[in-house]
Write a protein that binds this ligand. Structure first.
Ligand code: NDP
Length: 335
């Protein structure tokens, strides 16, 4: 088994020294477990949180521990009822070529329904995050305006397309012309480049009727600009704050909390943070049915950014936090 472990905790942006590649003997599965050969592993922003020992909603990855990741792979050895060699499963296998996982924590993936890598993206955790955050918190109504940043990533691109399925107008914010073109192809009604010098003006022009749902993925300057346009009773599902994940201190400047709280009061805003796992019991069946249908009939589409080889995972992960990925970032570990 080849695996990548957390060698040390990063300060700011992770570097090559924070990761170490190891080769170890492949473990044998115990009763109720599977040995899975990784085909795809998912790279997601939350992994930056696991590299840190700051307090969070989940325990940190221990130093020398395997970097965590959702994976899609093929069962090699099964010691669990209902699984056989050759089955393709979604597991939490981590950054490694083979993983022993409890069968109770995996889900079978049907290669006939959709490409298996979609179980890590549009039909997996990120797509579900978009679906549940909108269903439970954003609740877009026909004719309303829904804004999302990180719009070319798997969460944001699903937010915009689901909002359109609900009859709302979707506005996507992303970095650079290539991502804006991707968003137009996905059917976003308006697109805005947050790296442009005219970002504030472009955003204002894109939301002439204000903003009813701001799906918060990034924080920072993008949030400050969107905030000016929030309508009375706007809803803000607080999903992620990726612009700050490598930050080592609070931003400079005046205390903005009083102005923020004042806007919450005077505009009757709803801000509600969430971790997608909260909504699995209430929304996951609906997600698989509804999103599965939209993907199958082409009304929701997706982009994948496939990196070849486990050894590329650290650089690809750091690049994602800088915005270098175009669509859902996955590593192809083996065929
Ligand atoms: P993406 O593939 O969209 O990758 C992150 C993107 O963030 C980058 O590509 C970059 O795109 C954008 N970004 C980075 N820095 C900045 C910045 N300073 N300002 C604006 N945009 C920036 O990631 P995902 O779709 O997987 O995740 C999106 C968000 O959802 C993240 O915050 C993640 O943590 C969160 N999330 C939360 C979950 C939950 O349960 N609450 C579950 C899953 C994801 P660009 O070039 O467009 O700037």
């Amino acid at each position: 088994t080849t695996r990548i472990v957390l060698a040390s905790r990063p300060h700011g942006e992770p570097t090559a020294e924070n990761f170490r590649t190891e080769t170890v003997a492949t473990a044998a599965p115990g009763e109720g477990e599977l040995l899975v050969r990784t085909q795809y592993l998912s790279l997601d922003p939350y992994m930056r949180g696991r590299m840190s020992d700051a307090e969070s909603y989940a325990a940190p990855t221990p130093v020398d521990g395997v970097m965590p990741a959702g994976t899609v792979g093929e069962v090699v050895v099964s010691r669990a009822d209902g699984f056989a060699p050759g089955d393709v499963v979604l597991a939490y296998g981590g950054w490694q070529s083979h993983a022993v996982v409890p069968a109770a924590h995996v889900r079978k993936v049907d290669p006939a329904t959709a490409p298996v890598s979609t179980a890590l993206g549009v039909l997996g955790m990120p797509g579900f995050t978009a679906y549940a955050g909108l269903a439970a918190i954003g609740r877009p109504q026909p004719g309303e305006t829904v804004v999302t940043a990180a719009a070319a990533g798997p969460v944001g691109s699903a937010v915009g397309q689901i909002a359109r399925q609900r009859g709302a107008r979707a506005v996507g914010i992303a970095g650079g012309p290539r991502k804006l073109e991707m968003l137009r192809e996905l059917g976003f009604d308006a697109v805005v480049d947050h790296r442009s010098d005219t970002f504030a003006e472009d955003l204002a022009a894109a939301v002439p009727d204000g903003v009813d749902v701001y799906f918060e993925n990034v924080g920072g300057r993008v949030t400050r600009e969107v905030w000016r346009h929030l309508n009375l009773y706007a809803r803000v599902p607080v999903c992620g704050l990726v612009s700050g994940y490598n930050a080592t201190s609070l931003p400079e400047g005046p205390d903005r909390v009083p102005a923020l709280m004042s806007s919450v009061l005077t505009k009757s805003l709803t801000l509600r943070g969430f971790i997608q796992t909260e909504f699995v019991p209430t929304h996951h069946d609906d997600f698989l049915r509804e999103m599965g249908g939209w993907v199958a009939d082409g009304s929701v589409r997706y982009h994948e950014d496939v990196v070849e080889g486990l050894e590329q995972a650290p650089a690809a992960f750091v690049g994602m936090l800088r915005g270098e990925n175009h669509g859902k970032l996955v590593v192809r570990v083996a065929d």
